[in-house]
Design a protein around this ligand. Structure first.
Ligand code: GRF
Length: 203
């Protein structure tokens, strides 16, 4: 399964996916990494690992114009699954239509709680005892779309945003690869808002 990974910055989720592939835990191939921001750390990581990477700057372009460029690049690289990994833009309905049920996102909260920016801080400020992360299919709304997997992370009394974010991030790295692997194994079925995970096939 050919992945197209969209990033805007650090790229640690992308790197975790690349690690899962090189360790033989994820049966996929990264066809291209695209950043909308020049200078994204994730682009350097990709280049250093010999993974095709490209910046397509979004500045000055409206959503439709930008998404058209993205679709062209992803299709030219024969991408089968688009993985948003810290990609700080909403995608247009046309983008979603170009990859129906084939766009995933990772969000650092247990959705539908705390969508949008700073999910970890929102959780901490609210006082929840359990935080976590969510891998979900992307629709044209913010952090909505059917949920594939979630991982829970306890909030400790002395947590600050950094300590909680670090523990959530470790779960993000594991959970994203697991979700992609389930899709690679064709075990993910979308039924309306819900996702059913089919049992492992007998060898
Ligand atoms: C992660 O916390 C992810 O859940 C959110 O943005 C952050 C990206 O981090 N969508 P990285 O660029 O993958 O390190």
């Amino acid at each position: 399964m050919r992945l197209g990974i969209l990033i805007s910055g650090r790229g640690s989720n992308f790197e975790a996916i690349a690690n899962s592939i090189s360790r033989g835990k994820l049966d996929a191939e990264i066809a291209i990494v695209i950043s909308n921001r020049p200078g994204a750390k994730g682009l350097e990581i990709a280049t250093a690992r010999g993974i095709p990477a490209k910046c397509i700057p979004s500045r000055g372009l409206d959503r439709e114009e930008y998404d058209k460029l993205l679709i062209e690049e992803l299709k030219a690289n024969e991408v089968e699954l688009v993985c948003l990994a810290g990609f700080m833009r909403l995608l247009s309905a046309n983008f979603i239509k170009a990859f129906p049920n084939r766009v995933l996102n990772i969000h650092p909260s247990l959705l539908p709680a705390f969508p949008g920016l700073d999910g970890q801080k929102q959780a901490l400020d609210y006082g929840v005892k359990i935080a976590g992360c969510t891998v979900h299919f992307v629709d044209e709304f913010l952090d909505s779309g059917p949920i594939v997997l979630q991982s829970a992370v306890p909030v400790l009394d002395d947590d600050d945003v950094d300590s909680l974010s670090a523990r959530i991030l470790a779960q993000e790295h594991a959970t994203y690869s697991q979700a992609i692997q389930l899709i690679a194994e064709e075990r993910v079925v979308i039924e309306g808002r819900k996702v059913r995970i089919l049992p492992e096939r007998a060898a």
